[in-house]
Structures are given as C-alpha cells and as structure tokens.
Ligand binder design. Structure first.
Ligand code: NAP
Length: 402
C-alpha cells in the first residue's frame, strides 16, 4: 500500500462561507479566496478547534491521500473529489474484505435486512489497512473496567497510532489478528472489535483509539479453545505493538444531527460503540435537543463495563437505564424488560422521525428486544413491523449482534 497522509478538507457544497473555522484556527491554516474556504495541509495540525463551531458540518471531512491537495486545487472545487482512500491492493485484500463483509452481514442481520447509514452521518473510510499492510499501533494503557472480584475481566485498551493516519468513526470496527498460528500451523482468524473512542481520539485531539475487550476463556467440546484474540488483547502491556486492519463498517454510524434522538440497547461489551457515540455527543454538542437513551444490561454493577464513568455523566446528556440479571436479592432484569417499563417514553420517541435505534451485544438479546418494541408499539397504536421497515430504509435502525 502506498504511504498515505490524512488531509483535512472542507466540503464546498455544504460550506456557507461564514469563516468561523478560520477565526477558530490558531494555526492560520484556513483561508477564503471569496469562492471557497480551504485548509492548508502544511499548516493544519489536526487540533480540531475548528470542528465544533462549524454550523453546517462542512468542516468535518478527512481523506487519505498520497499527495495532499494544494490550496489552488481546493479553491477550484465545486464539490469534494470522489473518495481517494486506498484501494484494496491485491487478492489478499479482496479476500479479507469478503471475510469481513460476511462477518458484518451476520452481525447486522437483525435489522431485518441491509440497513443504510444515517443520512446525516459523516462519510466513513473503510479497508484502508489489510492483513498484508496493517497499521501498527502502540499500547498506551490496558485497564480493567470491571470490579477486581467480578467474574468477567473486561479491559479498556488504549492504542497510540503515532504518525499513522487511521480515520475511524463511532460505530466502526477494526480487525485484530493475534500473532502466531494454531496447532496445524494456520494463521489465526481475524477478530473485529468496535472502537469505543470517538473520531477525534480517546483523548481529544490525540492520535489514539480505544477498545473494550472481554477475556473469553472457553474450551469447546470439540477441543477448540475460544478466546485466542481476546486473551492476546487483554494481556497486552504498555509499549507492546499491535497490528490492526480496517476500518470496517459503513452503516452502524451515528447521525451528526443534534436533533436526533438515539436509543442505544446493549449488553456487556456491546456498549463499546455507544461509549464512542456518547462521548462524541458530549464533546461536540453537549446541549443537543436530541435525547440519548441507553438501555444497558450486565450481570451486576461490578460486571458492567464503565459503570463508574457512566454514572458521572450528566443527566442532561444521557438517560441511563441500567439493568442487572444476577444482583443478589433482586429479580433478574434484562434490557427488554426495562424497555417495557419505559414504554410511554419509548413509544413517544418512536413516533418521531428523528429517532434512531442501535442494538449491540449478545445475539440472544435481539429477539427479546424485537418483541419488546413490538409490544410497546401495539400498546400505543403504532405498527412496529411497518415502522421498522421505514426506520431501516431511512438509516435509523441498526443491529450489530454476535
Ligand atoms: P454478558 O456479560 O455475557 O451478558 C451481559 C448481560 O446480558 C447479562 O446480564 C446477561 O444475563 C444478559 N443476557 C443474556 N442473555 C440475554 C438475552 N437473551 N436478552 C437480554 N439479555 C441477555 O455479555 P458479554 O459477554 O459482554 O457479551 C457482549 C456481546 O457483545 C458479545 O457477544 C460480543 O461479541 C458483542 N460485542 C462486543 C463488541 C466489542 O467491541 N467488544 C462490540 C460489539 C458487540 P445472564 O447471563 O445473567 O442471563
């Protein structure tokens, strides 16, 4: 794969030429020639100071290029050039794309067919790095985020990308291939992990990302050990280097619209993309009128990833509906039970054309959530089957379960 650099561009079709971005840029990287507002590649440091103040979102465009576009080229544009991300370079890359598409097809099957990306989401970049040409990141930290005495060992793993460009949106995944081979000398399978940090980095404006990984330890009856990738990830130490492929996924993306209501339903580590989406909202539009409503299930509070940080988020940003299935002395509760309990509120949100639903986590939860939504709708004069088709076609219904 050729050496690529990440270039920040402004979409001339959407830009209203208010020049707020130029005022915010402390590097003097943004200029206006009376026709287009453009970014100087040689001055831009990806500080992101210009992103949030832009009233239209025209500012938020990133491309991977071999040679950056000059100011003269950008002044000439009526529209952004077609996606110039790296093309799959060889058969291996194409085979891997197929493998990932199949994995995502299975994971997304619950939406009742292929979902679309939200109309207002940013344009995702996909397949920039392959198994043959992965991007190498360095482990910055690996922290346990379930209680020390909890049964599940869930890790928050932060990776520093150094000088490598890896544009990734909330809801996208990256591939990890554990090093080494199985007992028969075959390379290990790739595993997909959702990125749990927002697009501007785990730490704002740092070129880093984070994953949420649960250690899987399972010896199957046929003798196969499940959990090679998760154990490799959970055992990483600061300074270790790890190869990543991707990014993958072009539909499970968040709307970039402050009016959008986002209902998020997850179990366990299925919370990863929702951490990214919530953090994106918190950083860029903390006072958005659109609601964030999270249904999150775990065995106990100590087993719920990010329990502490989640409880610190302001109520004005997010409504948390945390449910626990194995809390001593309390009846078992699943996310679908809580959806029932919140049925008036859920129904009111479903009536709005601005509402998006995302479901992520255990495959088994899908059916229960589907039934709960159907019952909530029928109790409020709505037809869930018809509504889900509309929501799917409008890019407002997204399911990713494994
Ligand atoms: P888990 O700890 O096994 O389960 C979390 C909770 O879900 C428990 O309270 C469990 O209850 C409950 N549950 C079990 N069956 C359910 C059902 N039919 N309906 C509703 N709730 C149910 O979860 P996990 O191991 O973290 O699994 C998360 C899933 O997310 C995995 O399949 C993973 O592949 C997927 N995922 C992970 C990522 C990532 O980036 N790491 C991204 C996307 C998806 P009981 O066990 O008490 O019955």
């Amino acid at each position: 794969m050729p050496d690529l650099v990440r270039q920040h561009l402004i979409d001339p079709e959407i830009c209203i030429r208010c020049e707020t971005c130029a005022e915010m840029c402390t590097r003097d990287a943004i200029s206006y020639d009376g026709v287009n507002v453009v970014v100087d590649f040689n001055k831009c440091t990806y500080s992101m100071d210009c992103i949030a103040p832009c009233p239209t979102g025209a500012i938020d465009n990133w491309v991977m290029v071999e040679k950056p576009y000059s100011l003269e080229q950008q002044f000439d544009w009526d529209e952004l050039p077609a996606d110039v991300g790296a093309e799959p370079a060889d058969d291996e890359a194409e085979a891997m794309e197929d493998e990932v598409s199949k994995m995502l097809e299975v994971a997304h099957a619950g939406a009742g067919g292929a979902s679309r990306r939200p109309v207002t989401s940013s344009q995702p970049r996909v397949n920039l790095y392959t198994r043959a040409s992965p991007v190498v990141a360095e482990v910055q930290g690996n922290y346990r985020i379930t209680d020390a005495d909890a049964e599940s060992d869930v890790r928050h793993i932060i990776l520093d990308l150094g000088g490598n460009a890896l544009p990734v949106l909330e809801g996208q995944s990256l591939g990890v291939v554990p090093p080494g081979a199985d007992g028969q000398g075959r390379k290990h399978h790739m595993r997909l992990y959702s990125v749990c940090s927002p697009r501007d980095g785990e730490r704002p404006n740092h070129n880093n990302i984070a994953f949420t990984v649960k250690r899987v330890v399972e010896q199957r009856d046929d003798g196969v050990f499940r959990g090679i990738a998760s154990n490799y990830m959970c055992d990483l130490s600061r300074g270790d280097r790890i190869e990543l492929t991707g990014p993958y996924g072009n539909t499970f993306l968040m709307p970039d619209n402050p009016e959008a209501n986002i209902i998020m339903v997850c179990t366990g580590t299925g919370s990863a993309p929702f951490r990214a989406m919530t953090e994106r909202r918190r950083r860029t539009m903390p006072n958005a009128p659109g609601k964030l409503l999270l249904f999150f299930g775990a065995r106990t509070p100590g087993e719920l990833p990010y329990f502490g940080p989640l409880m610190k988020l302001p109520d004005s940003l997010i409504q948390r509906e945390l449910v626990f299935s194995r809390e001593p002395g309390r009846p078992k509760e699943y996310v679908q039970d809580r959806i029932h309990k919140c049925s008036d509120q859920v129904a009111a949100l479903l009536e709005s054309g601005q509402t998006h639903i995302y479901v992520c986590g255990l495959k088994g939860m899908e059916e229960g959530v589907e039934t709960a939504l159907e019952e909530v709708c029928s109790g409020h004069g709505l037809d869930w089957r018809a509504l889900r088709n509309v929501m799917r076609d409008e890019g407002r219904l997204h399911v990713e379960t494994y």
